[in-house]
Structure formats: structure tokens, C-alpha cells
Design a protein around this ligand. Structure first.
Ligand SMILES: [Zn+2]
Length: 155
């Protein structure tokens, strides 16, 4: 993610992302958000939502949710954080699901595209630009259950 968008998220949600000052043995936010800028809006909304829930749950400073790692894997968002509640996990899953069909590069509608062993969620024009294979067919039915199982952890 660009330095500008990274700074925005760190500045807007300093408590959620306080782990960026910790050692990489316990928190990986020092590396920033390991995905491209097309998912910035999704991350911005998720961060806001997690803090809203924390306020509603009347969390105190030492039990405030803390993000541990944010990255792309197999074309979807993985978001790990500590002090999660059920509501927070639901918000996280909804955000991860959004990334299934949001281009990681530009934020337009997209889908899983392939380049050799690599998978990324791309829109048609970014896929062409990045030399990823865009299939005009609908998503493979057989792939769906696997993705669903995979996403339940989402971290
Ligand atoms: Zn795109």
C-alpha cells in the first residue's frame, strides 16, 4: 500500500494500529498493509467499524483491539487482530468477503485472476495490464466451497 494511504490509516486509527511500534516478533504492522491500494477503502471502513464496536463494548485502553497483520493471500484479504469480539470478527469477515470481488489495484469490481501459480483479485483492465489471466466465464462452481472454508479464518 502506498505511504500516503498507509499514513492515513495509521493516523486515523492510532490505537488499532499501535502494534506498528512493537517488535516484529509479536506484531507485523511495522511492515504496513501488505496489499495494494484498491483495498484501501475496505480497510478504512473496517478499521472505523472495529473502533466503533470497541467503543460500544466500552473497551478500556489495554483491551482495545490491536491489529497484528494485514496482507493479501490467494487473492483475498487476511486480517489478524487481537482482543476480537464476535461482532468484530463478523465485521472482519464481511470486509474479507468484499475483497473477493474488488480489484486489489484500483478498487473496481474484479475477480480472481491467475498468472502461473499466482492468484490476485483484479478487474479486467488491471488483469490485462499486469498480464493476469481473466476468464470471461463465471467462477468455477467447484472452487466456491473451498474459498468459503478458507475464508472462515480469514487470517
Ligand atoms: Zn483494477
Amino acid at each position: 500500500m502506498s505511504p500516503k494511504n498507509t499514513k492515513h490509516l495509521f493516523d486515523q486509527y492510532p490505537r488499532l494500529y499501535r502494534g506498528r511500534f512493537e517488535s516484529i516478533q509479536i506484531n507485523l504492522m511495522r511492515f504496513g498493509f501488505e496489499c495494494a491500494d484498491g483495498w484501501f477503502d475496505i480497510l478504512d471502513r473496517l478499521s472505523k467499524k472495529l473502533e466503533e464496536i470497541a467503543r460500544k463494548e466500552d473497551r478500556n485502553e489495554d483491551k482495545w483491539p490491536i491489529t497484528i497483520q494485514v496482507k493479501e493471500k490467494f487473492g483475498t484479504l487476511r486480517y489478524s487482530f487481537g482482543y476480537a469480539s464476535e461482532d468484530m470478527n463478523q465485521a472482519k469477515l464481511a470486509a474479507c468477503k468484499e475483497t473477493w470481488n474488488t480489484c486489489e489495484d484500483c478498487g473496481q469490481d474484479g475477480k480472481k485472476c491467475y498468472k502461473g501459480m499466482w492468484e490476485r483479485t483484479q478487474c479486467k483492465s488491471c488483469a490485462e495490464k499486469n498480464d493476469y489471466f481473466w476468464s470471461d466465464e463465471e467462477a468455477d462452481e467447484e472452487e466456491a466451497p473451498m474459498v468459503k472454508t478458507d475464508i472462515t479464518s480469514c487470517s
